[in-house]
Design a protein around this ligand. Structure first.
Ligand SMILES: [Zn+2]
Length: 396
C-alpha cells in the first residue's frame, strides 16, 4: 500500500519564560534581518549559498549563540526573501523585506521535546535549559509521531513552542469517491450509491453574528486598549467556534466516505489569484475557511487511510453532469439543462460534478445505468447542524 505523510502543528505553552529571552529574540531578529538584506542585495534564493557567504562572519560576531540558530536564521531569511520576491513580481510588495516578529525557528539540535515528562529542552546562549509546558489533551495523539521543525514564539498570551509533527500513513486504493462541495452555508456530498447528503452548517449566520458584534463595539468604543481587547476576544471566539465546526464537519465527511475509501475535493491552488477564482467563490466559503476546512478533511481522511484527490474546479456548479451543457437557473437555487432536461439543486450539481471528475481522473468509467446517471431521481438527505450533532431533517 502506498504511504503518504501527514504534517500537523501543535502548540506548547511554556509555564515560565526562560531568562534572557528578550535578548535572544532581538539578537535573532538582528541576524535574520542582516541575512535578508544580504539576500536582497545579492539576489540570493538559495539557503546553501546564503549560509556559505555569511556563516563565518556571523559566528564571529555572535560566538555565544548556538550555531544552529544561524542555520535556522538562514532558512527563515531565505523563505522571507523568496516570498517577498513573489509578492514583488505581482506588484504587492513595497520597500525592502523586513522581519519584525518575535519568532525563532528551531531545528532538532536546538530543542528536544519530551511528551511523557512534559518538558522541552532548549539550547540558548546560556546553555541548555529545561522548560515545562502546559499539557493539552490533544498533545496525546502525537506520541508516536515524528518531531520536525519548531518555532519559539512570543504572543500577548505567552511564550509558545509550535512543533511540526509528521506521520507516515498507509492509504489504500479507493473503491470509489465521495464528491464534496464546500459552500458558505452547507456542505454537499455526492455518494457513489447515488445519494446526496447535504449538511446545513449555518456558517454564514455565525459569521454575520460576529461581524455585527464587532461593528457594535467599534461604534460604541472609539479607540484604546479596551476596544482592541474586546475585538480580539470576539475574533478568537469566532475562530474557535468555526474551528470546532470544521472539525465536526470533517469527522462527518470522513465517516460517510469511510466505506468507499476516497474523497474528492476541488483543487483551488491554480486559480487562487485569478479573477475567475473570486467570481467562482462568490457566495461560497471565505478563502481562508475553504483552505482550512479542506486541510482538516484531508488529514483526517489520510489518518483513516482514505485517499484524497483534488479535481479541476472550473464550472463545477454550472455545467450539466449528465451531458456537459451549460445549465441555466430555473427558480431558487435550481439549475436546469435545456439540452437533456436534467434539473437539480445547484449544490447537488456541484458535488455531483466533483464526484464524476474524480472517477474520470482515477480512470473509472461511469456505467450509464449507474444511479449517478439517472436524472431527476437524486435522493437528497439533509442534515441540520444543531450544536455539534447532525439530525436528518428530510429526505427524498
Ligand atoms: Zn444536460
Amino acid at each position: 500500500m502506498p504511504f503518504e505523510t501527514i504534517k500537523l502543528t501543535a502548540k506548547f505553552k511554556l509555564k515560565e519564560i526562560p531568562n534572557g529571552l528578550d535578548d535572544l529574540f532581538s539578537t535573532y531578529r538582528e541576524i535574520v534581518n542582516f541575512l535578508i538584506t544580504h539576500a536582497y542585495e545579492n539576489n540570493i534564493t538559495s539557503f546553501k549559498r546564503l549560509k556559505k557567504e555569511t556563516y563565518k562572519s556571523l559566528r564571529k560576531e555572535y560566538p555565544e549563540l548556538p550555531s544552529h540558530c544561524i542555520y535556522t536564521a538562514c532558512q527563515m531569511a531565505t523563505a522571507i526573501y523568496k516570498s517577498y520576491r513573489k509578492r514583488k513580481r505581482k506588484g504587492k510588495a513595497n520597500g525592502r523585506p523586513v522581519f519584525k516578529k518575535e519568532v525563532i525557528m528551531l531545528d532538532d539540535h536546538l530543542f528536544k521535546l519530551d511528551l511523557e515528562k512534559r518538558i522541552i529542552k532548549l539550547s540558548t546562549p546560556n546553555g541548555r535549559v529545561v522548560l515545562e509546558f502546559y499539557p493539552a489533551k490533544y498533545h496525546e495523539k502525537f506520541r508516536d509521531w515524528k518531531v520536525g521543525q519548531a518555532w519559539l514564539v512570543r504572543t500577548p498570551k505567552g511564550v509558545f513552542i509550535n512543533v511540526v509533527f509528521s506521520k507516515e500513513v498507509e492509504v489504500g486504493e479507493p473503491k470509489a469517491f465521495v464528491g464534496v462541495d464546500l459552500n458558505e452555508n452547507n456542505v454537499t456530498l455526492s455518494l457513489p450509491n447515488g445519494e446526496f447528503v447535504q449538511i446545513i452548517t449555518h456558517e454564514r449566520e455565525i459569521r454575520t453574528g460576529y461581524f455585527l458584534k464587532r461593528r457594535k463595539i467599534q461604534r460604541k468604543i472609539r479607540a484604546g486598549k479596551k476596544r482592541k481587547k474586546l475585538l480580539e476576544k470576539y475574533g478568537e471566539r469566532e475562530r474557535n467556534r468555526l474551528n470546532d465546526l470544521y472539525h465536526k464537519l470533517a469527522n462527518k465527511i470522513v465517516e460517510l466516505a469511510g466505506k468507499y475509501g476516497g474523497i474528492a475535493l476541488e483543487d483551488l491552488t491554480e486559480i487562487r489569484d485569478s479573477i475567475r477564482y473570486s467570481a467562482e467563490m462568490n457566495g461560497r466559503l471565505h478563502r481562508w475557511s475553504f483552505r482550512k476546512l479542506q486541510s482538516i478533511i484531508e488529514y483526517k481522511a489520510k489518518l483513516r487511510g482514505i485517499k484524497v484527490v483534488f479535481v479541476n474546479p472550473a464550472h463545477t456548479s454550472s455545467l450539466c453532469p449528465v451531458c456537459g451543457e451549460k445549465l441555466s437557473p430555473n427558480g431558487h437555487r435550481v439549475l436546469k439543462c435545456s439540452n437533456c432536461g436534467f434539473e437539480a439543486d445547484r449544490d447537488v450539481v456541484g458535488s455531483w460534478n466533483i464526484f464524476l471528475r474524480a472517477l474520470k481522473m482515477w480512470g473509472v468509467s461511469v456505467p450509464p445505468e449507474s444511479p449517478a446517471m439517472k436524472t431527476g431521481a437524486e435522493k437528497v438527505i439533509r442534515y441540520e447542524w444543531c450544536g455539534g450533532s447532525t439530525r436528518a431533517k428530510s429526505s427524498g
